[in-house]
Write a protein that binds this ligand. Structure first.
Ligand code: SF4
Ligand code: SF4
Length: 418
């Protein structure tokens, strides 16, 4: 690695050194409490997958370049040179961590491995050593934000074709629009994923609840966050924030995508609208009597997988359980409870990397498969696209014999027509 590249990367590193990050980098006592907390270590038993070990790679670079002792006396300061080999170690650490923050709730100091890994990911982006596909997908989203007029017409045509499937789930009066778009002054902007499965069920539920809503032109997923690029993350986020402001909505409702929800909730800053997950909105409709659900459709034990970015990191824990109690008499929570729930193993961009990560995702998530099996559930419900894909893969790999379902689609299928 040449000197100029190293200096550029260290500038990126320095930009991440706020008060919280400095605390995380300087505080680990190597107490070992986090050893068993990571699903990757718990499933695979390899030291490199211990949370504190991942952190240590970043921490040693920090010691070498940002601490006096590491600069002057590297061997005593346990410092590490930032070079090509270090980048390989950073890649291994960052792209085997799903950012689930389970280790953080165990650590007595609350050290956030996901935040420390954000340095690793940023250095990889700076060195052009990140998974290229994630950057390409992030750039495609950003381009779409810049040239809405070019794709608007095709998008509207595609959405029109979905309307008949929405009406099949909830009948509309003549003249009503099943999927409203670009509605100035709507109360709620729904931000879905690209794909009919993310739009149709929730559109039917909004219509059943009599919501004054409109569908966003932009997809919720934020590939900038997966690849750990703050500039791209913000640009992708801004498209939705600007659309919400243009339409003057009161609420932005994020579909079943954990990262999209966390990014919008935690990074959008103070805005004239509130941010909700679609699960919170559906629970609210039930509480307010705006929708009724048929509880007789499901047979067998039902359990719920809390997406880490929505539950542990987004604090949406009661809403899905409230909904599920209106869908089944046989709900059984997993153990340990939602705060300590095992990650499914698909986050942090791993599912987005597809087949390339499949073998690792299966091996690293054995504890999740075991946790589900212990419930004896025949249906596993979740509220995140990544988790759903990963749970389907786990179901096949570990022959769990369960149905994996999206919560929103179960609500839509159970709507009681008046
Ligand atoms: S954030 Fe999750 S995946 Fe990453 S080290 Fe901690 S427990 Fe493991
Ligand atoms: S629990 Fe916290 S302080 Fe202890 S080793 Fe892990 S990261 Fe370090």
């Amino acid at each position: 690695m040449d000197q100029k590249t190293r200096e550029d990367l260290l500038k990126l590193f320095q930009g991440k050194l706020n008060e919280a990050m400095t605390f995380y980098l300087e505080t680990c006592t190597r107490c070992g409490v986090c050893i068993e907390a990571c699903h990757v270590y718990a499933s695979m038993g390899q030291v490199r997958y211990i949370a504190a070990y991942r952190q240590e790679i970043v921490r040693r670079i920090y010691k070498k370049y940002f601490k006096a002792r590491g600069k002057v006396w590297p061997s005593v300061g346990e410092s590490k040179e930032l070079n090509e080999m270090a980048l390989e170690e950073l890649y291994e650490a960052a792209y085997s961590c799903t950012g689930c923050r389970r280790c953080m709730v165990y650590c007595p100091f609350g050290i956030d491995t996901q935040m420390i890994m954000s340095i690793a990911k940023l250095l990889l982006v700076g060195a052009h050593s990140e998974p290229e596909i994630l950057t390409l997908l992030a750039d495609t989203s950003i381009e779409k934000g810049k040239s809405l007029d070019i794709f608007k017409e095709n998008f509207l045509t595609g959405i029109k074709k979905l309307e008949k499937d929405v009406v099949k789930k909830w009948k509309m009066e003549a003249g009503e629009t099943a999927i409203p778009m670009d509605v100035q002054g709507a109360d709620l902007l729904f931000v879905a994923l690209a794909g009919a499965h993310s739009i149709i069920p929730t559109a039917a539920i909004f219509n059943a609840a009599g919501e004054n809503w409109t569908l966003s032109f932009f997809e919720a997923v934020n590939f900038g966050a997966f690849v750990g690029d703050p500039a791209r993350t913000q640009l992708i986020l801004d498209r939705i924030v600007n659309e919400a402001k243009r339409l003057k909505v009161k609420e932005v409702c994020i579909c079943e995508c954990g990262t999209a929800f966390r990014v919008m909730k935690q990074l959008a800053g103070k805005q004239p609208f509130k941010v909700s997950s679609v699960t919170e909105v559906h629970a609210r409709y039930i509480k307010e009597g705006r929708i009724q659900l048929d509880r007789s459709l499901l047979n067998g034990v039902v359990t719920y997988h809390d997406p880490c970015q929505i539950a542990r990191n987004g604090d949406v824990i009661d809403a899905p359980r409230y909904i599920l109690k209106h869908l089944t008499n046989d709900f059984r929570d997993m153990s340990p409870d939602p705060t300590y729930n095992w990650c499914c193993g698909g986050g942090g961009g791993l599912v987005a990397l597809g087949e390339e990560t499949l073998d690792f995702r299966m091996k690293s998530s054995k504890v999740k498969a075991d946790q589900i099996k212990r419930t004896e559930a025949t249906t596993v419900v979740t509220a995140c696209e990544n988790c759903h894909t990963q749970l389907c893969n786990l179901n096949d790999h570990y022959q769990m014999g369960v149905d994996v379902k999206f919560l929103s689609s179960m609500v839509a299928d159970a709507l009681v027509q008046n």
